[in-house]
Design a protein around this ligand. Sequence first.
Ligand code: FE2
Length: 444
Amino acid sequence: MKNFQITIYGSTQAEIHPDIKRIAESIDYQTYDIEQMLEPLPRTPDVILCYPPNDEISSLELAQTLRSVYPETPLFFIAQDKKTFDKKRLIKNGFTQAFLLPWEKSDLVRAMNNEAICSMLPELRDYKAIKVADLQPGVVLDFALKVYLPRSNKLLHFSHEGDPISDEKFEKLKESNLNTLFVKKDEVEKFRAYTAKVLKDLMKPGALSETDKQDKLETCVRDLISDMFIEDNKENTFSASQSLLSEVKEIIEILVEDSNKDISGKVSNLINQEQNFYLHLSNVSTYAGLFAMVLGLPNAPEVALAGLLHDIGKINLPPEIADIPEAELNPTAKEAFKKHPEFSIDIIKLRRIMLPDAAIKAILQHHEAVNGTGYPKGLSGPKICKEARVLAIANAFDNLTSIHPGKYALTPRQALLHLLDENMTKSMELDLDMLKKLKDLFIK
Ligand SMILES: [Fe+2]
């Protein structure tokens, strides 16, 4: 079996993270000083990791130099100091991606995992993931589709060019919770033409396909949140905040657009993905917006807005606790963790983002529990605003329906039944009436 080759540039911090060591069966990694970056490597690695350089060279120079030496190799920058971390500039200057630890550890591990998969299955680099929700049963496709099987790490034939996808095949995809297929990159234009026609036939000309929505959402959320990482942002002016807010609103529009139709389809489209910082925020936002709509709340976009920003305060937690799951925190660390809803509001105010009152309240109260055991205030029952109760359900729902290391994702119905059972018999933290109504959305 081929080894996954990693080259690390950096001085004393150049220690490979234990979670990265676990992603591939055989990993080879060599560490070098930054000064050695112009010396030729024995062979081009699968990925290059870079830690912040010393004062003699800036991170941006490092990005430009490495990119010129390795035009094709994925270059990942890893930083731990959020004061100097400017993701957009790092990427603009040549890094493929930049990660701020510990907050973005799961994103780094996911990106490394993708590179490890591609090093074993280079063919995958020639394909683009598309959403099954964009395909219509019975319509002839002028492009071929493949399906990726993670356990055997294989890309298999799913349908030929000129074939329609039968109802049976759709059923099978549904049964196995598969919401992604793969189209060859040189056929992406054909796929786009197909989705444009489908949307036109559905009287939605010019609308975004589910695949494009997901792509746009991921970039928008990443840009937005990474702007918030920069503590001493010189651009922290009113106009910068206004443009941030309009970006947020644009995202929300994408999230809850025509949600009166096929809400269960929209939800199914998002489940069963590996969890990470950004995906969690965008998923919770979507679920919160959709659930609010189903439950008849008049301000669903405001609930979605709260969902997107509810946990942003975690970036103000001490780094040593940001990496630990809530259930494993010691009592002192737990007390610190409980401050994150208020920190979220602090950051929103610092960035001068004007949010509606309902969204502010929902963010502040998203960890309050109906039985009064929540935080920060220990509010109970109707004292917790409806928007926060929906947000708490969306949060729990995303944790159960996304993939976590060593755990299978539940289907939407399984997740809601689980939450109902748990909250009826044990914890009584979530709103039971809301859970009962939501359960009926998902028949299977
Ligand atoms: Fe939270």
